[in-house]
Design a protein around this ligand. Structure first.
Ligand code: TYM
Length: 327
């Protein structure tokens, strides 16, 4: 199967990105043909400092490699290395009804957060449809917040196919129920833009301080507590063994357990889970040329696929280019 997913390099990555998406990306690479990219054109809708955008893009690539992405097998690339994606975006724009985009919740959320209501932000799902469909992907592993974008992608693919012929595969979202929405320290969905996130490469005192600031209710220590609505328990669920989790669940329900104890364990598990990735990240930081080589190679491999799709698409819509493009 062909797997494809993207991450916006619009800030440092957090554990919601890891458990909600990247852990699945890495697990799926062994048995499948996987394409993962830095959605840098998408990030441009909000990050408009060139130095920052470039550093964040390389940063996310470094994160992927530190987490165990195998660049020999999996194609890791930046969105701008396949400029055909923007060409396809225009073609899709011409078959996308305004109403479909007006219903998109992420545009409304971002504007409500005070971001500039630019056209890129509004047309964001059309670009996302192009960057999924151009690679003829079967499966798109994402967190719950991307579900609507995948539905819009499917709608656009169907509209295009109905009008111009069966070119695009209709991809499925792959969302794991247990990690679909990772909560942040205030209990809402973890998000860099809500400022409630725990950085993936945070460590030591800063990490512990962050975990200890997780908001909990004021149920006294001796009283029973509901694990399923408790942020520290939900985070524990992402990392603890089934046996350990059952013990904590029992302690929640019986009472006599303070939230400080469970937060301490969340902190320890985060340190354990991410320590090997942090080490590897430090090594990669010392070798930026290696990361750039990986991206160059990935960009060429991704572009070769996009090039073949676009030749068919241009023919289908009646806009073949007049000269033979350089390979
Ligand atoms: P982005 O960059 O916001 O997030 C990257 C991935 O992390 C997931 N995620 C979460 N999952 C569970 N709980 C959370 N709290 C949480 N926060 C983030 C996201 O669901 C996503 O899978 N529009 C996309 C980027 C994109 C893309 C694509 C994704 C562009 N083109 C094509 C898939 C396919 C985005 O903004 O993700």
């Amino acid at each position: 199967m062909r797997i494809l997913s993207g991450i916006q390099p619009s800030g440092r990555l957090h554990i919601g990105n890891y458990f909600g998406a990247m852990r699945q990306h890495l697990a799926l690479q062994a048995e499948n043909e996987a394409f993962y990219f830095m959605a840098s054109y998408h990030a441009l809708t909000t990050v408009q400092d060139p130095k920052e955008l470039r550093a964040l893009t390389i940063g996310v690539a470094t994160d992927y490699l530190a987490l165990g992405l195998d660049p020999k097998k999996t194609v890791l690339f930046t969105q701008q290395d396949v400029p055909e994606v923007t060409e396809l975006t225009w073609m899709f724009s011409c078959v996308t009804p305004m109403g479909l985009l007006e219903r998109a919740t992420s545009y409304k959320d971002k504007v409500a957060q005070g971001l500039m209501a630019n056209h890129g932000l509004f047309a964001y799902p059309v670009l996302q449809a192009a960057d999924i469909l151009i690679y003829l992907a079967d499966l798109v592993p994402v967190g719950q917040d991307q579900k609507q974008h995948i539905e819009i992608t499917r709608d656009i693919a169907q509209k295009f196919n109905n009008q111009f012929g069966e070119i695009f595969k209709i991809p499925d979202a792959y969302i794991l129920e247990e990690t679909a929405v990772v909560p942040g320290i205030d209990g809402k969905k973890m998000s860099k833009s809500y400022g409630n996130d725990i950085g993936m490469f945070e460590e030591g005192k800063a990490l512990r301080k962050m975990v200890m600031s997780i908001v909990t209710d004021s149920t006294p220590v001796e009283e029973p507590k509901d694990p399923e609505t408790s942020t520290p328990f939900l985070l524990l669920k992402l990392m603890a063994s089934p046996g350990e989790l059952a013990d904590w669940e029992e302690r929640y329900r019986t009472g006599g357990m303070g939230y400080g104890e469970v937060k301490q364990r969340v902190y320890e598990l985060l340190e354990e889970t991410f320590a090997p990735f942090r080490e590897r990240r430090k090594e990669l930081e010392a070798d930026p040329d290696y990361v750039l080589d990986v991206l160059r190679d990935g960009g060429l491999r991704a572009r070769a696929v996009a090039h073949t799709t676009m030749e068919q698409v241009r023919d289908a819509v009646g806009l073949p280019i007049s000269y033979k493009p350089a390979p």
